[in-house]
Design a protein around this ligand. Structure first.
Ligand SMILES: *Cc1c(COP(=O)(O)O)cnc(C)c1O
Length: 439
């Protein structure tokens, strides 16, 4: 906790803090944005690192196709569709550019963006162990990892993670399928169905009555006492980040195949929901590598959990939490209920992210219902946050010259695994709010 005197000084120096404290939706465009060629050097990871991650995922594709039949159609590649949203675009009153959705909500295995980074980190760890033990050699067909003998070998090892839900699903399901002993430390805001699903996969779920940071800390401590346990560190992991970053080259190929041009005259705006920052940060890194200065990334956070905006804006990163300025970190967007940002991501990406916006829970429900109504697509509340970044971009003086040729891509980060009844309740809530707004 920062002392009260320090908070008073910060409020004096950064007027935006008072606005954040008022919980009103707002946006902030980054004055320190720098050319990709220059700022990519801040990250400490390179295009070569992303290429290695991509190659590793390709090596694992035969295994994934065998272990998860739902990935057979894509040859064991975990990827999501990108689709245009003409009806949603009209409903939002967007008269320039084209609106698209990246459907990470429909990624196989765990139904959220965490199927990128989370699964990648588990696979990398498994590969290292199997290579060291001589159970796997370079050039082997990795589907041999699905054998009972290899599963028994992985059973000597444990994997643990702290999570608000979706990261736990990815790490837990992937680890358990490989044969690891998996433990997920879950914060109070995690949904019951996510805990149930994990237990059904044979994962140990430890529940905490507190928020995400505490669950992570407890998980980290438990893993430290066990040398056979690998702790997936959502706040600092380079492997998670690289797993997410592979999305950049994949999206580039998808947009090219769809005939969408991205260049200086046709900029690509990408709107990413942000929790601790690893997912959107890693994806944004991959996008900057793939599209350079033609892509503009905007992070969106709940008004009650604006941790990355607060950390980057003040330059204090993980040294400050939203609780320090009296914000409760309570939001319906469970994937985004994070009070303290990743310092690694904040520092790595602080000159590469164009802007930040915040969104209220009520607006999330409205957006969710509007998307269902116009496009018959169902996303979870966290996953529609990106839509709230569009209006601030359309109004920002710095982009006016290039908006006609722009593509606006909302990263839809989760939702396909939400139980039907729960989704119906989300939609009903949003419809009621839309109706109340229209009246
Ligand atoms: C985790 C998550 C995010 C944000 O990712 P972070 O790495 O926590 O920033 C966004 N949307 C959904 C649905 C998520 O589960």
């Amino acid at each position: 906790m920062l002392p009260t005197s320090a908070i008073a000084a910060l409020r004096e120096k950064f007027p935006l803090i008072a606005e954040l404290m008022a919980l009103q939706p707002l946006s902030w465009f980054n004055p320190r944005i720098a050319p990709a060629a220059e700022a990519l050097g801040d990250v400490g990871l390179t295009a070569g690192d992303v290429a290695q991650a991509s190659a590793r995922l390709a090596r694992f594709a035969p295994y994934l196709a065998r272990a998860f039949p739902e990935t057979q159609a894509s040859g064991g590649v975990i990827e999501s569709p990108v689709v245009p949203l003409p009806a949603m675009q009209a409903a939002l009153g967007m008269t320039s550019g084209q609106l698209w959705l990246k459907q990470d909500s429909h990624l196989p295995i765990s139904g959220s963006i965490k199927a990128r980074g989370g699964i990648y980190e588990v696979l990398k760890h498994a590969e290292m162990l199997a290579l060291d033990a001589g159970l796997l050699r370079e050039g082997d067909d990795y589907s041999l990892l699905a054998s009972e003998a290899v599963r028994a070998f992985f059973g000597q090892y444990a994997i643990a993670v702290g999570s608000t839900g979706n990261l736990g699903l990815s790490i837990g399901i992937m680890s358990a399928r490989l044969g690891f002993r998996a433990t997920v430390h879950m914060s109070a805001d995690a949904r019951q169905w996510k805990k149930d699903k994990l237990r059904a996969h044979g994962v140990t779920v430890v529940e905490y009555a507190t928020d995400y940071s505490v669950a992570v800390e407890a998980g980290r401590k438990q893993a430290q006492g066990d040398p056979s346990c690998h702790f997936v560190d959502d706040e600092n992991s380079h492997d998670l980040f690289l797993g997410y970053a592979v999305a950049g080259e994949r999206l580039k190929a998808q947009l090219a195949a769809a005939g969408v041009t991205v260049d200086a005259q046709h900029p690509l705006f990408v709107y990413l929901p942000c929790g601790v920052g690893g997912g959107p940060g890693g994806v944004a890194f991959g996008l900057k590598l793939a599209f350079g200065d033609a892509v503009h990334c905007v992070f969106v956070e709940p008004t009650h959990s604006p941790c990355m905006l607060l950390g980057v804006h003040t330059g204090l990163h993980e040294q400050i939490s939203v609780q320090d300025i009296g914000i409760d970190n309570i939001t319906a967007a469970d994937g985004l209920a994070v009070g303290r940002p990743s310092g690694f991501v904040g520092r790595a990406m602080q000159r590469l992210i164009d802007g930040y916006a915040t969104v209220s829970d009520e607006e999330l429900y409205r957006l969710l219902a509007l998307l269902e109504q116009t496009q018959q697509l169902c996303l979870e509340p966290s996953a529609v946050a990106g839509f709230a970044g569009i209006a601030p971009v359309l109004a920002a003086p710095r982009y006016q010259a290039s908006l006609d040729g722009a593509t606006h891509l909302v990263w839809g980060t989760g939702g396909s695994m939400v139980p039907e009844q729960e989704m119906a309740a989300y939609v009903a809530r949003g419809r009621a709010l839309l109706a109340a707004g229209a009246a």
